[in-house]
Design a protein around this ligand. Structure first.
Ligand code: FAD
Ligand code: 2HG
Ligand code: ZN
Length: 473
């Protein structure tokens, strides 16, 4: 029986190689290795074969063969996902990394069409070369790819002005589980012709098909960015500052990120060439970024905002970045909290959101919960306070077995944090998705009617359940 299965896989791989050529298929353990564990080293998987199509036709050919052989498929982009979705568990692994062409930049339409394997930093560069902005921005932007960013509906650090990936997609091309190609690459802002199917694929985490290309929105490039790094006494003060900043700038706040003292210390300890431009004993920093269409008056706007905030005792102290290097430094601190936290050790991670009006309450009550249930544990709560999205991470108490804390002993605390989130009308996954990590919890957190609708969509598009089995649903 096992031999039969082995023979079947061998025949499948031979036919795949005929269809895609030797460059498109690999069974080399050395080449496969980086594709079968996650960024934090928490999960390890396996695959019989790594497929590397270079075109939509090749994805279609591979998917048609997988369907014929009844094989499950795991699509992968940059493998920077945080919820154990992109690590294969025996499925055929389809990497989109060779699909990295720019199909079109339509400057007049403020749109560009890129293949799924284009890395985010390159997408930003392409926009810039055309005097436009592609605003999506996040710590993994040097590896995360358009297809993965769409499939997770990625967020990041510019969401409060430009929205999530969902808000940036005009059209999608996808290959369905049976190998058929859906070309939905429309660059239209208005198109009310029935169900808007692209939204099914955005945030589907590869459970409905393989995204092969997308038409993305472009924006005017701001003439100037004013960036400040401020100290505040509490998350409540941070939220007060957000309101003030929005009102004072006429909605020009593009970044509003909170950084706790411990997160900052870990970055300074683990990330080379980092320096706090505003050393202080206060427990919180906030990075405020305004993006403006004119240089004139921009600095004055930031200065008067901060003077007002200090006058009202919202902000304790502040520095406005005087150079591009200083701006890069505060962003480097912010973007490296996850990297520094990884270097520090394991953590119970929660990627949660609540209405902005309840962020401060969540952060205070969440910290109290952590300290009561796991005395000695440290909370590293940071991130996108402007979107109501906090990364609420908890390190094991001193002396605890790290692995055991994250996989077992800390789980009642995790549940309590998510219960708190539910009681505040929040979400247990703000931007990273569900994957395998939160799949079981999703099933009982969502209403039966919502789960039924999701399962119906899944059955309609993937009746054999071969796309990313065990993820999301
Ligand atoms: P992968 O990790 O390869 O895949 C993610 C999921 O999408 C998997 O389920 C996979 O099967 C599926 N998938 C991938 N490509 C396709 C495709 N072409 N078609 C169908 N399904 C596909 N996320 C944020 O939202 N905001 C942040 O600020 C942020 N910061 C991060 C910082 C760091 C240091 C790291 C490591 C990660 C961060 N992330 C963040 C998480 C991660 O970068 C995002 O989830 C990103 O969108 C994943 O893209 P990827 O190309 O790496 O996808
Ligand atoms: C960020 O905002 C990422 O830095 C990573 O989403 C969050 O590691 C995390 O918890
Ligand atoms: Zn984040």
């Amino acid at each position: 029986m096992a031999d039969d299965q082995g023979d079947r896989i061998s025949t499948f791989i031979a036919r795949l190689t005929d269809a895609l050529g030797p460059k498109g298929v690999s069974t080399d353990a050395h080449e496969i290795d980086p594709h079968i564990s996650d960024w934090r080293g928490r999960w390890k998987g396996s695959t019989p074969v790594l497929v590397k199509p270079a075109s939509t036709e090749e994805v279609s050919a591979a998917m048609t063969l997988c369907a014929a052989y009844g094989l499950a498929v795991n699509p992968q982009g940059g493998n920077s996902g945080m919820v154990n979705g992109s690590v294969p568990q025996g499925e055929v692994l389809i990497s989109l990394k060779r699909m990295n062409k720019v199909r079109e930049v339509d400057v007049l339409n403020d749109a560009m069409t890129l293949e799924a394997g284009v890395i985010l930093t390159r997408a930003q560069e392409i926009a810039e070369q055309n005097d436009r902005l592609f605003p999506l921005s996040l710590g993994a932007q040097g590896v995360a790819m358009i297809g993965g960013l769409i499939s997770t509906n990625a967020g990041g650090v510019q969401v409060l002005r430009y929205g999530m990936m969902r808000d940036l997609v005009l059209g999608i091309e996808a290959v369905l589980p049976d190998g058929r190609v859906w070309n939905g690459l429309r660059g239209l802002r208005k198109d009310n012709t029935g169900y808007d199917l692209k939204h099914l694929f955005i945030g589907a985490e590869g459970t409905l098909g393989v995204v092969t290309a997308a038409t993305l929105k472009l924006f005017p490039r701001p003439a100037v960015k004013e960036t400040a790094w401020v100290t505040v006494a509490s998350p409540t003060k941070a939220v007060e500052l957000l309101q003030l900043a929005k009102a004072a700038s006429g909605g020009a706040v593009t970044g509003f990120e909170i950084v706790p003292q411990l997160g900052l210390q870990l970055v300074l300890r683990h990330i080379p060439d980092t320096r706090d431009p505003l050393p202080s004993g206060l427990p919180w920093r906030v990075l405020v970024e305004l993006s403006l269409p004119r240089e004139e008056g921009a600095r004055d706007m930031m200065e008067s905002l901060l003077a007002d905030a200090i006058g009202r005792e919202i902000v304790a102290d502040a520095v406005i970045c005087g150079s591009e290097a200083q701006k890069a430094m505060v962003w480097k601190i912010r973007e490296n909290i996850a990297v520094a936290e990884r270097a520090h050790g394991k953590a119970l991670k929660h990627d949660v959101s609540v209405p902005v009006s309840r962020v401060a309450e969540f952060m205070e009550r969440g910290a109290a919960l952590a300290h009561t249930m796991s005395p000695g544990a440290d909370v590293i709560a940071f991130g996108h306070v402007g979107d109501g999205n906090i990364h609420f991470n908890i390190t094991p108490p001193p002396g605890a077995d790290q692995e055991r804390f994250v996989e077992q002993d800390g789980l009642p605390l995790s549940k309590a944090v998510h219960d708190l989130i539910a009681s505040l009308n929040g979400s247990i996954s703000a931007e990273h998705g569900i994957g395998r990590l939160k799949r079981d919890e999703l099933a009982w957190r969502k209403s039966a009617v919502e789960m039924d609708m999701m399962r119906a969509v899944k059955r309609a598009l993937d009746p054999d359940g071969r796309m990313n089995p065990g993820r999301v649903l």
